[in-house]
Design a binder for this molecule. Structure first.
Ligand SMILES: *[C@@H]1O[C@H](CO)[C@@H](O)[C@H](O)[C@H]1NC(C)=O
Ligand SMILES: *[C@@H]1O[C@H](CO)[C@@H](O)[C@H](O)[C@H]1NC(C)=O
Ligand SMILES: *[C@@H]1O[C@H](CO)[C@@H](O)[C@H](O)[C@H]1NC(C)=O
Length: 195
């Protein structure tokens, strides 16, 4: 007689359950518990296009050398840290709504073609996603500037614990030196959420 059949229970309910049946019951309970805890993955967008508006004209430039290394080095050598503080707008147009900032650092490597970047997109309440952030780390290779792909390593709010890739080919639209638009296309994955 199959252990799960009703007759089995009717006839054996007063008997001690077999060790196998006890294990089976425990496993079923655990699976049900996990199933109950797991909810839909976060419902943020799978693709997100961000427009980072840059200004290259002092004193309003949005990328500056902020920490030079000691020694006889120029402003464009190994060890220089630059700070970036671009404005995020809803679109590439100069008058499109401001929805946040792209703030972070750029660090020049020894051969000046190997550059480390780290920044956060801060999305304000004016964005479609409420107040939230997306964190990005990556590397710019000066020899292959067309293939710029960075790692999305986390986020908050709508983008809680997101991962993925931020692709930004070096094809910024230069309207004039004070108005440069960098396009970032993010492909995003969300972890399952637990209650
Ligand atoms: C810098 O920004 C200020 C404030 O928006 C503005 O008045 C000034 O004209 C800008 N300077 C340049 C060189 O664009
Ligand atoms: C800095 O380095 C350059 C090139 O190596 C050299 O010509 C110059 O004299 C150095 N300047 C100082 C102040 O050491
Ligand atoms: C955020 O935006 C929503 C929708 O536009 C609005 O209802 C809400 O009041 C805003 N919250 C804050 C703190 O500005």
């Amino acid at each position: 007689m199959h252990p799960a059949s009703p007759t089995f229970f009717q006839h054996n309910v007063t008997f001690r359950m077999s060790r196998e049946l006890q294990l089976f019951v425990v496993m079923v309970s655990m699976v049900q518990l996990l199933h109950g805890l797991q909810v839909e993955a976060a419902s943020g967008p799978k693709t997100l296009v961000l427009y980072a508006h840059e200004n290259r004209v002092a004193p309003n430039n949005t990328l500056i050398g902020s920490a030079a290394p000691n020694g006889n080095l120029t402003d464009e050598q190994f060890g220089l840290i630059k700070t970036v503080s671009n404005t995020l707008r809803a679109g590439p147009e100069l008058d499109s709504k401001q929805i946040g900032y792209q703030t972070g650092i750029v660090v020049l490597g020894q051969d000046l073609l190997s550059i480390y970047i780290s920044y956060t997109y801060f999305l304000s309440n004016a964005s479609d996603y409420g107040i939230s952030t997306i964190a990005v780390h990556g590397h710019i290779d000066g020899l292959y500037p067309g293939n710029r792909a960075f790692a999305v390593v986390g986020g908050t709010g709508t983008f809680s614990s997101v991962t993925g890739e931020d692709s930004s080919p070096f094809d910024a639209v230069v309207i004039d030196e004070a108005h440069v638009v960098n396009t970032h296309t993010l492909t995003l994955r969300y972890p399952p959420a637990y209650k």
